[in-house]
Write a protein that binds this ligand. Structure first.
Ligand SMILES: *Cc1c(COP(=O)(O)O)cnc(C)c1O
Length: 421
């Protein structure tokens, strides 16, 4: 007999269903708010896992999806092409100024990472280096929940510890932030280069791993080492891409040129599941030959879903109109000024802001469940990652709504400090 609470048949993610309270029920969304079934309004501080970049229920995305729905919601992508996919690929390529020229569409971020891994392994084979099957990732990184994507996550992170030994071992190294760590990193790569097909990094902010920041020089150092050893440089922009840090792709801020790029979360503005793996023409050319075996061996059933592609085109049109883009600086400045007071509360160990990401790090994760329910009482939807309270709101959020979020954090952390210290 199950002691789980709240819902008789659903199995919820990352949740101890016996212990945790009954989850609240969402009924509808509007603008930057989620409405619960009792009509409670919650201002969303995390844009539904960082997806709803344009706010909820955006009419332009609706229109794009509705028009596509009347024509063709989905068709298999094996042996058939369709306009929404081609339009989307063209738009994505244009965001890279032609630096990347090929787009492989899939249905989730984790899968887009797995596809990048497959591409890197096949490229190594085509370059006559078949022993290169492993990957280097970085401490604090997160690249997804499926087995291969999981193998790239920081093994010290609690999310995946049950499965160690069940997936391929990769190399997880400290980010090369200064001369000393860079020297160690270069030495390691030189020693292991004949095993390594790719190096993957979340540019500037390692998000799910705790909203950890690094600077452009780390990315430049990684790129340099990749070039020296003919290793593919993979940027996972699933969280930080699409203007979260003010630039369409975060890596462009560091002026590095990756071989592969993954995107998903804000791609459809949080409306449909869709992801993409972007590749340079050089990478793509390794897959072109008169030998069938050199084709890319991947093809998910729902890849390039036409509704998803239409939604993504709608979302990219909104980004291209640049209204949200200009908003990133304003959000950043407001986060910086309004979260600063949190430094005064006992138990707060750091406050940091990059782009439209604001972070208040606590000394421990003991109050996670208390925090989550207190935020709901304050009328905001904020879900700390263990000891990290963060905001990653829609880029359309108004100053008033953002202030509601920052002041809720202030109030709740002040109360935490009073209760504990
Ligand atoms: C969310 C995320 C993923 C996984 O995407 P899913 O769509 O959840 O599979 C991978 N990498 C990064 C950086 C992410 O933030």
């Amino acid at each position: 007999m199950s002691a789980a609470k709240g819902t008789p048949h659903l199995w919820l993610p990352y949740c101890q269903m016996q212990k945790e309270g009954v989850p609240r029920r969402a009924k509808r969304t509007q603008g930057t708010s989620i409405f619960l079934d009792d009509d409670t309004e919650l201002v969303d501080g995390i844009a539904s896992w960082w997806t709803a970049a344009h706010g909820y229920n955006h009419p332009a995305i609706y229109k794009a999806v509705q028009e596509q729905l009347l024509k063709m919601p989905h068709v298999m992508f094996g042996g058939l092409l369709h306009d929404p996919a081609e339009r989307l690929a063209e738009r994505l390529v244009s965001t890279t100024n032609g630096q990347m020229s090929r787009v492989f569409l899939s249905e989730s971020g984790s899968v887009s990472v797995e596809i990048a891994m497959k591409m890197a392994v096949q490229v190594a084979q085509r370059r006559g280096m078949p022993s290169r099957k492993r990957f280097i990732s970085f401490e604090g990184g997160y690249h997804g929940d499926t087995f291969a994507a999981m193998s790239l996550c920081d093994p010290a992170d609690g999310m995946h510890t049950h499965f160690s030994g069940a997936y391929a071992e990769q190399y997880c190294l400290p980010l090369p932030r200064d001369e000393e760590t860079f020297a160690k990193f270069s030495k390691f790569v030189a020693l292991h280069s004949n095993e390594v097909a790719g190096i993957i990094v979340e540019p500037f902010v390692q998000c799910a791993g705790g909203m950890l920041f690094h600077e452009a020089d780390a990315l430049q150092r990684i790129e340099k080492v990749c070039r020296e050893h003919q290793i593919l440089f993979i940027v996972d922009e699933i969280a930080v891409g699409l203007y979260r840090l003010g630039s369409v792709w975060a890596h462009q801020i560091a002026q590095v040129e990756p071989d592969l790029l993954t995107t998903s979360k804000a791609l459809t503005g949080g409306t449909m599941p869709l992801a993409a793996t972007l590749a340079t023409e050089e990478v793509f050319e390794y897959f072109c030959s008169d030998d069938d075996r050199h084709a890319l061996m991947h093809g998910p059933t729902f890849m390039a879903n036409a509704l998803g592609c239409a939604a993504a085109c709608g979302s990219l049109d909104l980004f291209a109109a640049r209204k949200v883009v200009d908003n990133v600086d304003a959000i950043s400045a407001q986060l910086l000024s309004e979260l600063a007071v949190c430094r005064l509360h006992a138990g707060v160990v750091d406050v940091r802001v990059k782009g439209a990401i604001g972070v208040v790090e606590l000394d421990n994760k003991d109050d996670l469940h208390w925090l989550r329910s207190r935020f709901i009482e304050e009328g905001v939807w904020i879900r700390p990652l263990e000891n990290v309270v963060y905001l990653m709101p829609s880029l359309t959020i108004t100053p008033v709504a953002l202030q509601k979020l920052t002041s809720a954090i202030d109030v709740v952390l002040k109360e935490r400090a009073r209760n504990k210290y």
